[in-house]
Write a protein that binds this ligand. Structure first.
Ligand code: ZN
Ligand code: ZN
Length: 588
């Protein structure tokens, strides 16, 4: 019996809008998805001139019988869907059954297919003059689409955009390879191999085959679950950045999807770890009961609605930040394993806490301590020790000793792990940022200004300001109306230093009126980062030795000591091993 069913009219109409063949990428997509549906585990895509001259897709799938092969080129035929319900079931891939006839109508097509029992060879020109012959019985399908758009005026347009076409196709095939690590994907353009995965099911290997060794080394595995979702995949170290979102791949039940809110929560999790205009590399699989999702079909992308989006967002945010918080994120030439890092942390802790070092010299010192301190320790020494150890373990940089400053900006420091270069402004900015954030979260006592600050606004700005005056009041800014389109600020929160109060107040007002849609998180971040920048030592400012010691130690204790609030690095390192290697003292 033929596996291809003729679709009902309603469904055909629903889909019709979305299946105009407007890009060579759509052709590749259709053919590849057909190959996946045919249960192939090897799919080879060969292009000539980005596919405009030729797209050839070869698979080792179940193939088609002769009826199906012929029906594949007639309108409204699809083997995948019977009714609208199927359209919303994510299990079926190729939902645009009409695409193949559309592709055939603007190209010259050759189809060779065999289900192992009958081999069929079909040729069409502009979707017409179908010629059917016997072919060999090698199982699978090879479909060749030549001279795409040859009979349409748009052809010239594509010849001018070969590079863009190829970039889109590569991006798509990469994502399919990430979705299906069990399928071997090969992508070739004009004889050059662009991707060749091994199809052995190892996601990290696919990442390596797409992004290369350097990036793969800096990818961390994540996984987590709640009642409705299971997520697993890889996220990049913040130092591995891309200038657009294309390296963020999200999959739902194995299919590449696009969901803006999910993308946003991922970039939010990297907030202050990387600059605002940079993006991480992410491959995130989400497993969920299909009942909880609703798919909105669009010709070039899959948008999806989750019925419990908030719990998914929480899970994704939590798992990414958890991993980032565990890492030592100082950019370096070489990396060490988490385990090696922990191992070397404990002896150091002991070296700094004499109670853990059982040497007579230290015991003598302990005896010199005051009675009160001894008593305190006796009360609950174990618990205290545990607490301290826990605290020390959370700190991801060991104590550093400053050795000097270069260019009046970069502090050179060392500890037994390596040599560090710290940007004094970025480091101070991080410290102040976390200080301001904490202050913003606490109740604040407003400080009255000796001379209230008058700010003139446009009508529009004034209205926005009026709407949000309460929020600023919560943070200790007292604002009143003062005649036409003018406000007057009478107090500011106590954590703002007096000498920069006016500047900070004006900035706070700017932040509120700069956007039509007020976002509290954005507001807090912009306030805190701007004020932190203003409050911090600048490059070329003089730092005494004690200032340097304080700065390094305070930075070390920050929640995220590795980047400033704008995502730039505060600290970079040469490990001891790096130095030995650079000076050829170490041979491996
Ligand atoms: Zn700054
Ligand atoms: Zn900064």
């Amino acid at each position: 019996m033929s596996k291809i069913k003729v679709m009902d009219e309603n469904l055909a109409n629903k889909i019709a809008a979305g299946e105009v063949v407007e890009k060579t990428m759509n052709v590749v997509k259709e053919l590849v998805e057909n190959s996946i549906d045919a249960k192939s585990d090897e799919i080879k895509i060969e292009l000539i001139d980005s596919g405009v001259k030729e797209v050839k897709v070869t698979d080792n799938g179940i193939g088609m019988d002769r009826d199906d092969a012929q029906l594949a080129f007639s309108r409204h035929a699809t083997s995948k869907l019977k009714n609208l319900d199927d359209l919303f079931n994510i299990e079926s891939l190729g939902f645009r059954g009409e695409a193949l006839p559309s592709i055939a109508s603007v190209s010259n097509v050759e189809l060779k297919t065999s289900n192992g029992e009958v081999g069929t060879y079909i040729t069409l020109s502009g979707g017409k003059d179908m010629d059917v012959e016997d072919s060999d019985l090698q199982k699978g399908t090879t479909i060749t689409v030549k001279d795409l758009f040859y009979n349409t005026p748009v052809r010239l347009k594509y010849l001018k955009n070969l590079y863009v076409e190829l970039a889109n196709i590569t991006d798509y095939v990469n994502k399919m390879a990430l979705s299906y690590p069990n399928i071997k994907f090969t992508l070739i353009n004009n004889g050059k191999v662009l991707l060749d995965t091994d199809g052995k099911g190892d996601l990290k290997k696919v990442i390596y085959q797409i992004y290369g060794a350097d990036i793969t080394k800096k990818m961390i595995e994540i996984s987590g679950e709640n009642d409705d979702y299971y997520i697993h995949g890889y996220i990049s170290y913040p130092e591995m950045q891309k200038s657009n979102r294309s390296a963020i791949t999200t999959l739902v039940n194995g299919r590449v999807i696009k969901n803006n809110e999910l993308n946003k929560i991922i970039t939010d999790a990297y907030h202050t770890y990387i600059p605002k205009d940079k993006f991480p590399i992410i491959v995130l699989n989400i497993d969920v009961d299909p009942i909880l999702i609703d798919i909105n079909i669009h010709p070039t992308k899959m948008d999806i609605k989750f019925s419990k989006l908030d719990t998914l967002k929480d899970l994704v945010y939590q798992e990414i930040t958890k991993q980032l918080e565990r890492l030592t994120l100082i950019p370096t030439i070489s990396t060490r394993s988490e385990e090696a890092l922990r191992e070397s942390t404990i002896p150091l802790y002991q070296a700094f806490h004499n109670d853990a070092a059982p040497q007579p010299k230290y015991e003598e010192t302990v005896l010199d301590f005051s009675v009160q301190e001894e008593e305190q320790e006796e009360e609950n020494p174990e618990q205290q020790e545990e607490q301290e150890e826990e605290k020390e373990e959370k700190i991801r940089i060991k104590p550093m000793i400053p050795r000097g400053i270069v260019y009046s900006t970069y502090i050179i420091a060392e500890n037994e792990d390596g040599m560090y270069i710290i940007d004094q402004h970025a480091a101070a900015e991080r410290i102040n940022y976390e200080k301001v954030l904490k202050a913003l979260k606490q109740e604040t006592t407003p400080i009255d200004l000796l001379i209230p600050i008058k700010i003139e606004l446009t009508k529009n700005e004034f209205l926005i300001m009026k709407t949000h005056a309460d929020i600023l009041k919560n943070y200790g800014f007292t604002i009143e109306e003062f005649g036409d389109n003018t406000i007057i600020v009478r107090s500011h929160p106590s954590w703002i230093p007096e000498d920069i109060a006016e500047e900070c107040i004006r900035k706070a007002v700017d932040v509120v009126i700069s956007k039509e849609n007020f976002d509290l998180d954005q507001f807090i971040w912009r306030m805190a980062s701007t004020m932190a920048c203003r409050m911090s030592v600048k490059a070329n400012d003089y730092l005494s030795y004690d200032d340097q010691v304080w700065l390094l130690d305070t930075l070390r204790h920050c929640d995220n000591p590795f980047t400033c609030p704008h995502g730039r690095p505060t600290i970079i390192t040469y490990t001891k091993y790096d130095l030995e290697k650079l000076f050829k003292r170490s041979l491996d």
